[in-house]
Design a protein around this ligand. Sequence first.
Ligand SMILES: *Cc1c(COP(=O)(O)O)cnc(C)c1O
Length: 228
Amino acid sequence: MILDKEKLRSNLDKIIWDIEEARLKRSEHLIVQLCVVSKYTEIENIKTLYELGQRNFGENQVQQLEARNKALEDLPIAWHMIGTLQKNKINKLIDSNPVLLQSLDSLDLAEALNKRLEVKGKKMSALLQINSSGEETKSGVEPEAAKDIYQEIQERFKNIELKGVMTIGAHTDDAGLIKKSFETTYQIFDSLKNDGATICSMGMSSDFKLAIECGSNMVRIGSRLFKD
Ligand SMILES: *Cc1c(COP(=O)(O)O)cnc(C)c1O
């Protein structure tokens, strides 16, 4: 559904207000970036949000990221890959020049990605995805192994520039459990600051306020922004 500019402006304003409120609860020094998740919306809405000042957009499929990157190449949009990356899509992703791969979810994928980056003489910034809820359906490394894996990637895969961590909150109505998954991730992020981690990406439409209160400095928001 294509939304008019005033509708998108009002949705965006409410979200920015909520982000502001949540970050002040955590710390006045916390700066939170918004990554607009455009995976379920039309390209027209992306253009309108661009006009409203948004620059960071996330897609969860390489094909769509590639197509939109092409269709909107005149706009200096920073594309984020936020979905599970299949190894046979690595080349396509590299060619789309994403600003950040948020979903680097295994050592195995890091190795394959690094190999392709080397061949192409390119680098890619990435976040290590953490399965902080322990749900089997979710991708990501186990929290207990995260720090070692992060350091191993830094050590071995020089074409990948790790910038921090990403997680998806527990899929439940129990705010306590969601909070726990964010706290787990924040602790890992905190322990990696000495290794250069600067981004802690957590929080979506339903839980971004809680995520920010737990220290998130990047939220990924889709459905709430595009509801009419
Ligand atoms: C879809 C998606 C989001 C956005 O979810 P909404 O609930 O629509 O805000 C955030 N992160 C990831 C990894 C997603 O796949």
